[in-house]
Design a protein around this ligand. Structure first.
Ligand SMILES: [Zn+2]
Ligand SMILES: [Zn+2]
Length: 304
């Protein structure tokens, strides 16, 4: 809670005029407790889990030719009831694990020093902190994910997330409750080591989940703004991991590609990509169009 009773009092304490964003923040948060502000995460997560994948659901159900050429596994069709089952399971996990975890983890947030007062962080501060959060989470997530692919971890826990060999947006948080809990650790690593403002924390939670939905979308759109992010994995990168399934020892990273490159766990994927390039050349010279999917290539290679 902001320790000032009025805008004037805040300006006197800061020794300057408040910015427009600070005025907005004051008007919104002055009467709200820090705990209440922190709990906005639950609403944000509910919104991201429920609303962000909806355009992908419409695409999946309509399967128009214009959009279908960007589908990574075009032969797989998901019915409405399968999508609904996935969403229901995600919501069950949300009510039983994600929501309660948010409610009880407030003392940790307070302990690490996530603040709600003035001054508000600058745009640069927010961007740099988010970059650090993404890098730290990516590294932690890589190793936990890789461990989950050991025999025991896969059979007991991670198998659930891999039920979708052709992932859809709603399947991003679809996982065993233990996986949801364990993967919360790298998500919190960044805010714990480099604590920032509550607004940055909200943005982090929302952006990370939106990114996970994109990588599980099942579509690789050439116009996606994430294409401009250096070393970004994206949908095709993670879709390959799901496609290969339990045997997969490739593409463990959640956001970027550098961990898989450094630790040599992208070799299978790169091999397929290389062959896809050659097959594409063959198709193009033969006047054939392909659906933009590496799986066509994988299937071709398998039958060779
Ligand atoms: Zn996996
Ligand atoms: Zn996944």
């Amino acid at each position: 809670m902001i320790p000032y009773s009025s805008l004037q009092e805040a300006e006197i304490a800061l020794g300057r005029e408040l910015t427009y964003a600070e005025r907005l923040w004051f008007n919104y948060s002055a009467q709200k407790s820090d705990y209440y502000l922190y709990c906005h995460n639950i609403l944000l997560l509910f919104f991201v889990f429920s609303v962000v994948p909806l355009p992908l659901v419409i695409m999946e159900l309509k399967r128009s030719k214009t959009i279908d050429k960007y589908k990574l596994q075009p032969k797989v069709r998901m019915s409405f009831s399968e999508i609904l089952r996935c969403y229901k399971e995600v919501m069950r996990m949300f009510l039983l694990v994600v929501g309660p975890l948010q409610l009880v983890s407030y003392p940790t947030v307070k302990f690490v020093g996530i603040r709600t007062g003035f001054p508000l962080p600058s745009g640069w501060e927010i961007c740099l902190q988010l970059l650090v959060y993404f890098l730290l989470e990516d590294f932690g997530n890589y190793w936990i994910h890789r461990l989950l692919h050991c025999k025991w971890g896969y059979e007991k826990i991670h198998r659930i997330h891999h039920e979708f060999t052709a992932p859809i947006g709603f399947a991003a948080p679809y996982a065993h409750w233990a996986e949801v809990l364990i993967l919360g650790i790298p998500s919190f690593l960044g805010p714990a080591l480099v604590p920032g403002h509550m607004i940055t924390f909200w943005l982090w939670i929302a952006l990370r989940q939106a990114e996970a939905i994109e990588t599980h979308s099942g579509y690789e759109f050439p116009w996606s703004p994430t294409k401009y992010i250096p070393f970004y994995g994206g949908a095709e990168y993670h879709d390959y991991h799901h496609y290969v399934g339990g045997q997969s020892q490739s593409n463990f990273a959640s956001v970027f590609t550098y961990c898989d490159y450094i630790y040599g766990t992208d070799k299978g994927y790169r091999y397929q990509k290389e062959h896809l390039g050659k097959l594409r050349e063959k198709w193009t010279s033969g006047g054939e169009q392909n659906g933009g999917s590496y799986h066509i290539a994988t299937q071709d290679l398998k039958s060779e």
